[in-house]
Design a protein around this ligand. Structure first.
Ligand code: GLU
Length: 495
């Protein structure tokens, strides 16, 4: 059997990480099993429709590198559809839903309900007053078909409801949770087709999953109450249901269900905060799944080979921003420097002069060398303006900078003398000394020894004066990258 899985978002807003996590599972499962990953747009809730939502959702998936094999694609703002099971947008499938609703009407598995909104409200008020749970009382279930047809023909508005068996149990076979049983008596004769002719989620979802030959339905655990109704619909049609996989919730750091409140409305927010797509993909794959080993970081292709439904957890996953940062830092450190150079370009402030002050390096080599110095510490690409700044914008001499340059218990006069001594020394040392951070280190340590300068009184002031920052790469690295002319110019300026 070729597996076919679908991600079926409702374009009512931006998908949060929990939604995209389901898409990631769908995609990985399709790749693992050599099947198809399908994107279907469930836009039947016309009142809550947000037209940009599909586009942003697609952009998020594409950023993560998980484009569908079949279904909806968005390129340059234009929606296209690819595949033999279309249309893949539910609002374009209205005739199909009407056709299949008719099948159920004709077989008596569904019926028209003409109750008005006021009527239903009265019913619920009465139930509430009597201390009963709200439930549709099936008042139109036994309306003779001829009456029902006549009222419909006369233009009276109606919904179509499913005639749920009055007794018995429904078993949902879930690949993660095993057999989950529901009593029919607890289920409502729920609506399949609304008054406006649009299908409900329950109905369109089942019809489409069947017609699109979906083999595995991976969806959020919040859909488990829908599953018995879905199973009964498959039975009513005489269709074989897909395999159900209700994936665990994603909780925010405060252990409540993930929602927009957590600031996790879309993965694009994380892109804009300087996270790498490979880190987000990894973090999402690990939200509710694990490989069963200690391995923490996998490439996309490793995930595609290793993912399995058996290793999806039952317990909710927790979305942890601290872990995300840690994972992101790992991917940044693991990236070859030339790749990192390409990734950071868009984060470099436009006003920086992208030139090399060091005659030993051209502009590209200089960018690469400075980036090499901060790669270890970089956790998010958005830190680039902060961390890389010192290499492109010399610190402005100021009282605050002078105060920082002076180590505790020392005076500006002492330190200024040492810095002057260091300038004179650095200015006249052989060019080979400037060839690497290591040769600079060797030379400056000997210099300190010879002049009986405490290392802390030399290296801290030099590093602080060159970088203008309380924390930066080590002084020898900084001297080496900036080069002789720029280093000495910066040191002179602070004096
Ligand atoms: N349209 C539903 C949603 O956006 C799909 C649920 C499902 O995968 O069946 O959550």
């Amino acid at each position: 059997m070729t597996t076919r899985v679908r991600f079926a978002p409702s374009p009512t807003g931006d998908p949060h990480l929990g939604n995209i996590r389901t898409a990631v599972f769908d995609y990985l499962f399709a790749r693992k099993t050599g099947g198809a990953f399908i994107l279907r747009v469930e836009d039947t809730d016309q009142a809550r429709l947000n037209p940009e939502s599909v586009q942003r959702m697609y952009e998020a998936l594409a950023w993560l590198g998980i484009e569908p094999d079949e279904g909806v694609h968005v390129k340059d703002g234009v929606i296209t559809q690819v595949g033999n099971y279309g249309p893949y947008v539910q609002s374009e499938r209205m005739a199909l839903y009407a056709q299949y609703a008719q099948v159920l009407l004709d077989s008596g598995m569904a019926y028209r309900c003409f109750a008005t909104a006021e009527e239903l409200q009265e019913m619920r008020d009465a139930q509430q007053a009597a201390g009963l749970p709200p439930k549709y009382d099936r008042r139109y279930r036994d309306l003779p078909r001829s009456d029902s047809d006549a009222r419909a023909a006369a233009g009276e508005p109606f919904v179509i409801r499913q005639a749920i068996p009055l007794q018995g149990t429904v078993i949902v076979h879930d690949l993660i949770r095993g057999e989950v049983s529901f009593a029919c008596a607890d289920l409502d004769d729920h609506v399949l087709i609304k008054k406006d002719g649009f299908p409900t989620y329950q109905f369109a979802n089942v019809v489409d999953d069947h017609l699109m030959e979906i083999t595995h339905v991976l969806r959020g655990y919040e859909y488990i109450p829908s599953a018995p109704k879905n199973v009964l619909l498959y039975q009513a049609f005489g269709w074989t249901p897909p395999l159900w996989v209700h994936v665990p919730w994603v909780l925010g750091g405060d252990k409540t269900k993930l929602s927009k409140r957590h600031g996790a409305e879309t993965v694009l927010v994380y892109r804009d905060q300087g996270y790498l797509p490979e880190a987000i993909l990894n973090a999402l794959a690990y939200m509710g799944w694990n490989p069963g080993t200690e391995e923490e970081f996998m490439s996309k292709s490793e995930l595609e080979q290793r993912f399995s439904i058996e290793r999806i957890n039952k317990a909710p996953a927790v979305f942890d921003v601290a872990r995300l940062e840690y994972v992101n830092g790992w991917y940044i450190r693991a990236m070859p420097l030339p790749d990192l150079v390409e990734r950071v370009r868009s984060w470099i402030p436009a006003e920086w002069p992208m030139q090399s002050p060091n005659p030993a390096m051209d502009a590209e080599q200089y960018l690469s060398a400075s980036l090499g110095l901060i790669q270890e510490r970089l956790k998010r690409l958005s830190e680039i303006p902060d961390l890389l700044r010192m290499f492109f914008v010399a610190p402005e001499p100021s009282e605050a900078l002078r105060a920082m340059v002076v180590p505790k218990k020392e005076t500006w006069e002492t330190i200024a003398t040492i810095v002057q001594l260091a300038i004179d020394h650095l200015d006249q040392v052989a060019d080979q000394v400037w060839e690497s951070a290591a040769t600079l280190e060797e030379n400056l340590r000997a210099f300190a020894l010879e002049h009986e300068i405490k290392p802390g009184n030399l290296f801290w002031p030099l590093r602080a004066a060159l970088s203008g920052a309380a924390a930066s790469s080590g002084v020898f690295d900084v001297l080496w990258v900036l080069g002789k002319t720029e280093s000495i110019a910066r040191l002179r300026r602070i004096l």
